[in-house]
Design a protein around this ligand. Sequence first.
Ligand code: PLP
Length: 395
Amino acid sequence: MQTITNWLEVEKQHDSGVYNKHDVVIVRGKGAHVWDSEGNEYIDCVGGYGVANLGHSNPAVVEAVKKQAETLMVLPQTLPNDKRAEFYAALTGILPKELRRVFPCNSGTEANEAAIKFAMMATGKRKFVAAMRGFSGRTLGSVALTYEPKYREPFGPYGHEVVFVPYNNVEALREAVDTNTAAVFLEPVQGEGGVRPATPEFLQAARQVTQERGALLILDEIQTGMGRTGKRWGFEHFGVVPDIVTMAKALGGGVPIGAAVMTEAVANAMPKGGHGGTFGGNPLAMAAGVAAIRYLEDTRLWERAAELGPWFMEELRQIDSPKVREVRGLGLMVGMELKEKSAPYITQLEREHHVLTLAAGPTVIRFLPPLVISKEDLERVVEAVRAVLSGNPKD
Ligand SMILES: *Cc1c(COP(=O)(O)O)cnc(C)c1O
């Protein structure tokens, strides 16, 4: 096989083209930093879209993966496995006691697909209520619940009805949920939709109205889980316990993983063979998940997010620029909304300051740094943001 070194060119040539590619080739990561093929170091506030909460190549996860790779990588769910049992015990051990049955899978959208199907079976209904600006994933079940018309509309119509209500609008939510509703599907903090935390009233109303009308409450903790918001799970801020919680991203410490965790009643409604998946619960991902949860618990990283997040947001707010509309977030899930498009600033942060950030809608700069990031690195990020906002974006 031929060895190549023109990676950027080859990747762009053969890639499906669904992503806007940056002009760097990232080859390595450690903690809150990544390096490109020319040896340049970056502060990574993309964090793999919020996967790298424990830091890139976290040593505890690396060790667990190495060991498991040598032991057993794949095993279908019909065959019980030591690591899968350890993962279920560890995961349910850090969730409210009602959430005790786990459907393991490989990604966020798969976790939400599972939640949709379990909710249909548990209620016998197929209408869902979701939020405007909400994001649930890209596969056909989840994308129907994803608000952004550009993601959703080209692929409809869908087999399940979805009604969208304005996020944090209690009245609209109460109106939309009726006796035909299978579930209300919400993010505790909207990520893709611009980094928007829920109000306690909204999530509490969602819990109450679903209970009243025989629907389930499904909370998507794919981005907000594993310490990101300053607690283990986002819903802990709001005093609500859902019937199903979905998770993915940081759950495997960087290894692809997903899970829908549900109550006994919801799990029991699905017949044997009603759902499944070849790779779900594979020992490699399970070992990574066990290591990730242990690391999170040993270091109590959510406390770091709770401490650094508000400080970081305050520093960003101190940037005196007429271009800034608002800085908001929860823990280390932070968005800076501008009065203009954010993309040129994101590019400039990367090219001129070697700070990686991402968008959340057209005008927001989003920061999802590894929770292990140092205060010094965050100070450098603030300085870089200050510098790019003080000039004119180049493109
Ligand atoms: C990322 C994300 C998803 C989709 O997860 P994938 O692993 O990309 O399929 C769903 N919901 C939320 C809130 C997310 O942030």
